[in-house]
Design a protein around this ligand. Sequence first.
Ligand SMILES: Nc1ncnc2c1ncn2[C@@H]1O[C@H](COP(=O)(O)OP(=O)(O)O)[C@@H](O)[C@H]1O
Ligand SMILES: [Mg+2]
Length: 176
Amino acid sequence: MLSFKSLLERIETRRKVQINTDGAFKIVYDYEKNPDKIVKMFPQHLKVSVKKEYQGALKYPDLFAKVYKVNFDKNYIIQQKLDTKKAKDELSEFGDHYDMLRSEVLDYFENVVRDPKETKEVIDEFNKVNPELGKKVKKWLEFTKKVTELNIDKLIDYNPGNMGYDDKGNLRLLDI
Ligand SMILES: Nc1ncnc2c1ncn2[C@@H]1O[C@H](COP(=O)(O)OP(=O)(O)O)[C@@H](O)[C@H]1O
Ligand SMILES: [Mg+2]
């Protein structure tokens, strides 16, 4: 049987630079043919996630990054590349305001969005600091609400390493 590494060598794309530094399981490469896409390899024990990530993207296009191609034999997908830095930077801005870590901000937002009144209070609070920040936090809370509604059985790992902005300025998840 081919090792995971040698399977990588067989992938049709010419990938050079591994881009993921966080995330523990998958290997993510820039897709040299197109800078707007990435190649994501799944180890054999995560075979089931290939399907999950592909089907999730088809079913919930307003939540997940697009998947352009899937290969169930070689366990990889070609996925829309998201701007993960922008998402992390924004979470850091919110975190600075609260003196919280990025992941704590997301946990907090998940709770906030359960209550429309509290949601409005948070938006108002940031608006007072600066209207641009208010706009950003509103976007995050709307997105978090959608994720929370879908995530009733906690299948989605809603953490700062698993999201980013698409080219149209929408927040999207990249890991199911
Ligand atoms: N579509 C993408 N666009 C940009 N970066 C990505 C994308 N998918 C993955 N990454 C980067 O690779 C990391 C690991 O990918 P992820 O799908 O979260 O796998 P893991 O299961 O290992 O967490 C992400 O945290 C992110 O930094
Ligand atoms: Mg991840």
